[in-house]
Design a protein around this ligand. Structure first.
Ligand code: HEC
Ligand code: HEC
Length: 398
């Protein structure tokens, strides 16, 4: 392959003093497997990192993170290691479990200190390598390594609670035999590779490998016409239809908002208010959540969030940014109604009438059997190989 000499840079908003420049140098896409130079560790998984997953565009290259199996493997250990949290109670996997496509089944997740919870619903890490703006609604987090840093040092609420315990926690990692083995091949040019920056880089490398492209739907589009039931095929047509308009926001190979890959020149962010709430008839959300407006201070951004991937959606209930919708059937009925009606209680209000709702959420007619078809299509996006892939599973078990 000829190197394509094109460098792409994305300059997202600058806030909280975090300026990030994501530069994608397509010429640098290459496989760099440091561990293949005879430095094998028995029991660790090997094999090349697939930078061109079948059916998907090639992964973007990261200027400071050449993917290697050694790095991803280190990242896998770190992802499952609770020694990284202040009281050794919590790892990334506490809230991102493989069996649930890396979510946790909770509406909001218990955070470090008793009685505290994450502000929003834990997100699936399915194909997160392609997500240009991470988390439900933060337009400033464009790299997985920065997202990981927030878990370590964030205070609202504290997750790993590393602030004030920096050297103690790094010491725990540095002194474990397994990391004495895993860091040097992951960072062959660093004399002293045990650093937070390298921990974030390795976690990023591991998460870049969390590719899900082997669902029945994928088999169907690559030519196996029996991979989907007749009902799921009808559901796919409905999903793509003008009437339902799901693809307006959940589009492309990842059934999500905009993606970033080696092929994308510009990624514009997109966020939408889907009419879930209308507290006091003023478009308010519970707990003063503002959605995108929290970052932009623009009233018209109130209650806007990112359209997440629908791959593995069967496994990631409850749904929406606050986990307030229990089932896929409920999700579909809310869209069909053009917004959610909450009749009683503190959150009462008709989301369909929210002044901030997207004009694209205008409701549609749908029959009971069509709802069933649509659900059968959505569940055909479940990738059993993704949730059983040993490259992604807990290395401390089995
Ligand atoms: C206490 C629960 C919890 C822990 C521990 C946790 N996460 Fe999360 N994660 C969440 C929640 C909640 C969100 C959604 C955050 C938001 O939008 O405010 C999230 C979002 C993410 C996202 C964004 C996904 C996307 O599609 O944008 C990534 C990536 C992620 N977490 C990775 C990690 C990593 C890596 C770790 C360990 C360093 C970790 N998480 C630890 C709860 C957790
Ligand atoms: C106007 C853009 C838009 C349209 C049209 C749209 N969605 Fe969404 N979708 C979103 C956004 C934004 C979210 C997250 C909203 C939130 O959490 O507040 C979402 C969330 C979801 C979720 C929950 C995802 C999760 O991880 O919790 C499902 C399921 C879903 N949509 C399915 C559909 C289906 C099916 C259709 C067509 C009937 C559809 N969407 C149409 C933007 C849209």
């Amino acid at each position: 392959m000829l190197p394509i000499l094109r460098t792409l840079c994305v300059f997202p908003l600058i806030s909280f003093g975090i300026a990030q420049i994501a530069c994608i140098d397509e010429a640098r896409i290459r496989l760099h497997d440091a561990s293949s130079n005879g430095d094998d560790h028995e029991g660790h998984l090997h094999g090349e990192i697939d930078l061109q997953p079948e059916g998907f565009p090639p992964l973007r290259a990261l200027e400071d993170n050449d993917l290697s199996r050694a790095k991803a493997e280190l990242g896998r250990y770190l992802f499952y290691d609770s020694a990284l949290s202040q009281d050794s109670s919590m790892s990334c996997a506490t809230c991102h479990k493989q069996e649930f496509a890396f979510t946790d089944g909770e509406a909001l997740s218990p955070a470090l200190h008793e009685g505290t919870f994450t502000k929003r619903n834990s997100m699936s890490l399915t194909n997160v390598a392609y997500t240009p703006f991470l988390t439900w609604v933060n337009p400033t987090i464009t790299r997985l390594k920065n997202q990981a840093a927030g878990v370590f040092f964030g205070e609202d609420p504290a997750e790993f609670g590393v602030t004030g315990f920096e050297s103690e926690i790094l010491g725990r990692i540095e002194t474990k035999t397994i990391y004495q083995q895993l860091f040097p091949p992951a960072f062959p040019y660093d004399e002293n590779p045990w650093s937070y920056e390298n921990i974030f880089i390795a976690l990023e490398a591991f998460q870049m490998t969390l590719i899900s492209n082997q669902s029945p739907y994928d088999a169907y589009i690559s030519g196996d016409s029996n991979a989907l039931s007749e009902s799921a095929k009808r559901g796919l047509i409905l999903f793509n239809s003008e009437r339902l308009d799901c693809t307006h926001c959940h589009n492309g190979f990842n059934f999500a908002g905009p993606v970033i890959s080696a092929n994308t020149a510009n990624v514009e962010m997109e966020f939408f208010n889907t009419g879930l709430y209308n507290i006091d008839g003023e478009g308010g959300l519970p707990n003063g959540d503002l959605g995108l407006a929290e970052h932009t201070s623009e009233p018209y951004d109130i209650g806007k969030f990112r359209a997440p991937t629908l791959r593995n959606i069967e496994l990631t209930a409850p749904y929406m940014h606050d986990g307030s919708v229990e089932t896929l059937e409920d999700v579909i009925r809310i869209y069909a109604r053009g917004g959610r009606l909450i009749e009683n209680g503190a959150h009462a209000g008709d989301g369909a009438l929210s002044p901030y709702k997207s004009v694209l959420i205008d409701g549609f007619e749908i029959t009971e059997s069509e709802i069933e078809d649509l659900i059968n299509f959505l569940t055909s996006l479940t990738d059993e190989k993704f949730i059983s892939n040993e490259n992604f599973s807990n290395p401390f078990e089995g």
